[in-house]
Design a protein around this ligand. Sequence first.
Ligand SMILES: [Zn+2]
Length: 164
Amino acid sequence: MTDIVPQHVRSRMMSRIRSSDTRPERAVRKFIHAAGLRYRLHHGTLPGRPDLVLPKYKSVVFVHGCFWHRHEGCPYAYCPKSNDAFWSTKFENNVRRDARQVELLRGLGWNVFVIWECTAETPGVLQRVVEEIRALAPSPAATQIPPLVATAKSSTEVLRVAIG
Ligand SMILES: [Zn+2]
């Protein structure tokens, strides 16, 4: 197939398509999987259809494209020079929708992580996210801690009985 569209225009066109298997997403999935965390993909019933869902950690992960989701201060989040009004409306809507989805997810008790496309292959960034998610694991030890208050109370009772 002959490519009649210049490369930079073409990649912009392609990036408009919400792909379920972009390179940044694959990089994030690979890292998280290698770290031993288990996830499900694109949970359709959750707001915003998060890219990864980790039920055990009550966490969701979005891998956001910097251009469409407006990564602040990122060179990939440039503004196209033509058709100014169109783009600014479009971007505002995207940002507002993202914020709303995060709000809805948090309201449902989910922890929300966003990994930007430009950092999706940076091990340091991914490692930090993995550690934060891990820290959210339900601790099995927590349920085995003896009820200290009740124990103290009963020993007081025993003591009273002994004195009384
Ligand atoms: Zn970025």
